[in-house]
Design a binder for this molecule. Structure first.
Ligand SMILES: Cc1ncc(COP(=O)(O)O)c(C=O)c1O
Length: 388
């Protein structure tokens, strides 16, 4: 067994971002400023979108995208039953009503066929999540959105590098929303980004992200003289700091260098764990580019001889940090109580949520770390088989 604990999702921090943060600290400009503007610019160019606005989380990005989409109380937004709570909470914060669909059992992405069956005369938007970094079926979702006149807001928290037929996800919809949370492929501690085609939407999001103050209000303390601002909307405190952008800028610049490392780890897990009594994620469709954010196995007690939660505990005892992405949304009491959702109505998401285990997949993992993970999984499953 390894002698140190392998932290799940530990970011790979290098000297460039440490120096950049130190430079921001020394300059005294910690808040929203020129580094945020540069990060927006480079991010926009990376994904190939017309506009990008940096905010302090993906949750804020999703919320602002929905406010900019001018959703109103009673409007319905269709999303997936297998996602982080932030996706659903953002819909609720925007005053709209979330409507869930089940996922495809193999891709774990929202089932586009089911989306069609959930459309009512109150549906205004679809919110797909590119789960684990695997692109959703954007042909089908775009076709549904166009046919029914719906806004499309993509949750790309797992999927910065993901492409669908050669085009970056996040650029298909009206808005693409990204996360720079500590475990994400580009980590800034906390942070988010909204990309959009429409200049008007980007401008509104920018204003809403800083209290509704007029554009460039952050420059008011700069060396160009004091600038007055006006409050033109009732906005939020969602702006990104230069300290965050200082980290994000360098992380973004090496995102393409690290992608092959996570792909190699993903392939190594798939090859080494094949033949064990757990389900592995399917190979990516060749027409897609997977972002390799999560590597999830499914521990079915009937097959593996061990309950999922016992497997999680056993991995931790082997000094391997693991994650659960995610218990299905209807399993949480708030949603069950508020919307009357029942897990069994979303059977694929329910089963995945009860069986899933995420293995460490940070680009900072060494081959030895990956082999320790593989050894731990094998040992636990062999022990479970021996105990039968
Ligand atoms: C699918 C998904 N959506 C949204 C979020 C929210 O991101 P943030 O923590 O940046 O608000 C996360 C974060 O884990 C996520 O995994």
């Amino acid at each position: 067994m390894r002698d140190t604990f392998l932290v799940f999702g530990a970011p790979l921090i290098e000297e460039a971002e440490i120096d950049e943060v130190a430079a921001s600290m020394r300059s005294g400009w910690l808040g929203t400023g020129p580094k945020v503007a540069r990060f927006e610019h480079e991010f926009r160019d990376y994904v190939g979108s017309a506009h990008a606005v940096a905010v302090n989380s993906c949750t804020a990005a999703l919320h602002l995208a929905m406010v900019a989409a001018r959703l109103e109380p009673g409007d319905e937004v269709i999303t997936t039953a297998l996602t982080f709570c932030a996706t659903v909470n953002a819909i609720i914060h925007a005053g709209a009503t979330p409507v869930l669909v089940d996922v495809d059992p193999a891709t774990m992405n929202m089932d586009a066929g089911q989306v069609k069956t959930r459309i009512t005369d109150r549906t205004r938007a679809i919110l797909p999540v590119h789960f684990a970094g695997r692109p959703c079926d954007m042909d089908a979702l775009c076709e549904i959105a166009v046919r029914h006149g719906l806004r499309l807001i993509e949750d790309c928290a797992h999927a910065i590098e993901a492409e669908y037929r050669g085009r970056k996800v996040g650029t298909f919809g009206d808005f693409g929303c990204y996360s720079f949370y500590v475990t994400k492929n580009v980590a800034a501690g906390e942070g988010g980004m909204v990309v959009t085609r429409q200049e008007e939407d980007a401008a509104r999001i920018k204003v809403l992200a800083l209290h509704g103050m007029t554009k460039d209000a952050w420059k008011r303390f700069g060396d160009e003289g004091f600038r007055h601002y006006q409050v033109v909307d009732c906005g939020f405190k969602y702006n990104m700091m230069d300290i965050q952008a200082a980290i994000g800028l360098h992380q973004l610049r090496r995102v393409e260098r690290l992608w092959p490392r996570r792909k190699a780890l993903w392939d190594r897990y798939r090859a080494a764990l094949a033949g064990l009594p757990v389900a592995l994620p399917p190979e990516p469709d060749p027409a897609m580019r997977h972002a390799y954010h999560l590597f999830t196995i499914l521990v079915d007690p009937a097959r593996a001889g061990i309950e999922r939660d016992a497997f999680l505990d056993a991995m931790t005892r082997q000094n391997i940090g693991v994650g659960v992405h995610y218990l299905s949304v209807p399993e949480h009491p708030y949603y069950a109580r508020t919307f009357g959702w029942r897990p069994e109505d979303y059977p694929n998401a329910m089963r995945i949520g009860r069986q899933t285990v995420s293995l460490p997949l940070s680009a900072g993992l060494t081959d030895q770390d990956a082999d320790d993970v593989i050894t731990a999984v094998r040992r636990i499953l062999e022990g479970a088989a021996g105990a039968r």
